[in-house]
Structure formats: structure tokens, C-alpha cells
Design a protein around this ligand. Structure first.
Ligand SMILES: NC(=O)c1ccc[n+]([C@@H]2O[C@H](COP(=O)([O-])OP(=O)(O)OC[C@H]3O[C@@H](n4cnc5c(N)ncnc54)[C@H](OP(=O)(O)O)[C@@H]3O)[C@@H](O)[C@H]2O)c1
Length: 330
């Protein structure tokens, strides 16, 4: 069923939390998609006003609930620490405001189930902020695999590492549900879901631990039917690396960045008996196709797709199984 906002041509977005990701990734993508944010809320009104001024947002508001209740806001972006996603997403859904919640939707499986129940119960639109499923690069990769460019896809090897420096980061706090698996390991798992489907058969993981009780370097395997598998590696202690290969029976696709493709990124098809072919990944920012789609839905121009109710539960189950395996061997 088509969604339509009451009386506006363009969605008026509110941002809950003066988060770095809102500044560096969400706003540039939203603006490239031709829309903008109308207000930002922070726990502290002065900080929110400063953030608004620094980022050319019209209003900074003290208190998240005030923004949720604001009749001049049509949709909410929630980039809070993982432990707060459930509470504030449920509040927004109950107020009837469509939500783009940062990934992972929640830090625990029970919270994910609660949020999805709220989305179903209220009928309010909810997306988990994985941008890459909306990016044309993924569609091109899918087409190559479907055309048999590498034979039958049997294995995905996928990394997401970056160097996290300094204390005080939400990713190092167990209380805020940080940790490498939830922060970046969720990307390879979400990618495997796109190629292997939602239901993994078993999970194995190991980790080293640090910060305030979180996994900081994590590796594991998710098994899928017919011997297909994801081998993933993620952490906070190496230079930025999202290199991923799709391994087929007659070749490979080597992807420099499946998750946030930028102007320097590419993917290369290397197949037996043919010359390797390399393609440029992106001519848009990673969040542009995602936010363009949501705006089109809110404006009644597109049917919603890749909603959290369709994608987030299998991901949360896989992350829960991987985390359980890593914890048992701590
Ligand atoms: N999709 C992506 O590409 C992507 C990339 C990076 C991060 N993320 C996700 O985005 C979310 C935020 O990440 P970030 O790096 O932007 O975090 P951040 O800069 O630390 O921002 C989190 C915000 O949450 C608010 N907050 C509320 N309670 C807090 C608490 N107890 N401690 C710290 N902050 C608190 C703060 O805003 P106020 O003080 O103003 O309320 C803060 O600015 C996470 O879920 C992360 O996984 C997604």
C-alpha cells in the first residue's frame, strides 16, 4: 500500500542525537538526494543548538521526545548508541513517525523482536540503516552472480576493520552495546543475507576482548544450506579494510568496499578463461540511494522496500548466534 504524508511535498526529517554519523554520512546523503533535515534533538538543548548551527539545520531541540511529538516533523533518523535504539524507535513508531534507525536495529535479539512487534502493531514504516542494499553496486553484483559470471557462488569472505583510537567511544562500551560484531561485523552478515537468504544453519565465532568488556577483534563462520558459507573478520585494531570476495565455482568477484562504496572503490570479476574486468563502484554517496528511496516512499511515489520487518530478524538471529559462540569460548 502506498504511504503518503499529510500535506507536504517533501519529508521534514528530524535527527535524534547529535551523532557523528548524522553529520558525516546521513546529512550529506540526504542532501545529495535532494532533501534536508528540519531539526535535531539532543539530550542537552545547547549542544543540539550548536550541532544545528554547525550543520545548517534550522532548529536544535532539547529532549528527544519533543522532536518525536513535533507536528512539523514527518520522519525520524535515530543514530543513538545501540542500547538506546529500541526505546526511542518504539516511541517514534508509537507516535506514528516513520523511522530510519541506525544499524544494528538493536543490540539484542529480544529488543529486535520488541521493535519489530511495534512496527507491525503500529503499521509505521521502519528501516534499519544499512545503505548498501539500496546502492546500485549491489544490484550489479547480484546480476553478475545470477548471470553465472563466477559459476555458482559458494563462499563469501568479508572484512570490516578500522582503527578505533582513544577512550570514550560508544563502540567500546558493553553497557551501550558496542563491540566489533555489532558495530561492523553486522555488515558482512547482512551481505550474506542478500546472497544466501535469511536462514543460516549454524554459527561459529571467536573474539578477543577489550575496551569496557566488548569484543574488539572477531572472526567467524555462518553456515548456510548446501555448504555455502560466510567467513567474516571484523574489528577495531587494523587499518580500514572492507575487502570482500564472492567466491564462485569458476571465479571470484573482488570488491574493495561493498558497504560504503565511494569514488575510489571498484569491483573486479576474475573468472577462469576470461580477462578480468574491473568496474568503478559509485558515483553517489553511500546514503544517497537509501534516503532517496525513503523520501520517495514518504511522498507517495514508491512502494517501501527492504523494511526492517522483512530483513532485521534473521540478521539479529545470526548476530546473536555468532556472539553466543564467541562468548562461550571467552
Ligand atoms: N550506517 C552507518 O554507516 C553507520 C556508521 C557509523 C555509525 N553507525 C551507527 O550510528 C549510531 C551512532 O554512531 P556514532 O558513531 O555517530 O555515535 P556518536 O557520535 O557517539 O553519537 C551518538 C549520539 O547519541 C547520543 N547519546 C545518547 N545517550 C548517549 C550515551 N549514553 N553516550 C553517548 N552518546 C549518547 C549523543 O547525542 P546527544 O548527547 O546530543 O543526545 C551522541 O551524539 C550507532 O548505532 C552506530 O552503529 C552507522
Amino acid at each position: 500500500m502506498m504511504y503518503r504524508m499529510a500535506a507536504h511535498q517533501q519529508a521534514r526529517w528530524g535527527i535524534i542525537g547529535t551523532a557523528k554519523i548524522a553529520q558525516t554520512v546521513f546529512l550529506p546523503g540526504l542532501r545529495q538526494a535532494g532533501a534536508d533535515a528540519s531539526a535535531v534533538a539532543g539530550r542537552d538543548g545547547a549542544r543540539a543548538a550548536r550541532f544545528a548551527g554547525d550543520n545548517q539545520i534550522a532548529r536544535g531541540v532539547g529532549g528527544y521526545q519533543r522532536l518525536i511529538d513535533d507536528p512539523d516533523i514527518d520522519a525520524l533518523y535515530i543514530p543513538l548508541p545501540n542500547s538506546l535504539h529500541a526505546e526511542w524507535t518504539i516511541r517514534a513508531l508509537e507516535a506514528g513517525k516513520p523511522v530510519l534507525c541506525e544499524k544494528p536495529l538493536c543490540g539484542t535479539l529480544p529488543d529486535t523482536e520488541r521493535v519489530l512487534a511495534a512496527a507491525r502493531g503500529t503499521g509505521t514504516l521502519l528501516w534499519e540503516a544499512f545503505a548498501f542494499p539500496f546502492h546500485p553496486q549491489l544490484e550489479r553484483l547480484r546480476t553478475l552472480v545470477a548471470e553465472g559470471a563466477i559459476g555458482e557462488l559458494t563462499e563469501i569472505k568479508s572484512n570490516f576493520h578500522f582503527p578505533l583510537r582513544g577512550p570514550g567511544n560508544i563502540r567500546l562500551s558493553a553497557e551501550l552495546q558496542g563491540g566489533a560484531l555489532l558495530d561492523v561485523g553486522c555488515y558482512p552478515v547482512r551481505l550474506a543475507q542478500e546472497f544466501f537468504g535469511p536462514a543460516h544453519e549454524s554459527a561459529w565465532a571467536r573474539a578477543t576482548w577489550g575496551g569496557e568488556g566488548v569484543d574488539v577483534d572477531t572472526w567467524g563462520v555462518l553456515d548456510y544450506p548446501a555448504g555455502r558459507r560466510l567467513l567474516l573478520s571484523c574489528g577495531f585494531g587494523r587499518s580500514y579494510d572492507t575487502f570482500t570476495t564472492l567466491e564462485g565455482t569458476s571465479g571470484q568477484i573482488r570488491i574493495t568496499n561493498p558497504f560504503h562504496p565511494g569514488p575510489g572503490d571498484s569491483y573486479e570479476v576474475v573468472a577462469a578463461g576470461t580477462q578480468s574486468r574491473r568496474f568503478a563502484a559509485a558515483d553517489e554517496l553511500s546514503f544517497t540511494p537509501l534516503t532517496r528511496h525513503i523520501n520517495a516512499v514518504l511522498e507517495g511515489e514508491q512502494e517501501p522496500r527492504t523494511l526492517a520487518v522483512d530483513t532485521s530478524l534473521p540478521l539479529a538471529r545470526a548476530l546473536d548466534d555468532l556472539a553466543g559462540s564467541a562468548r562461550r569460548h571467552r
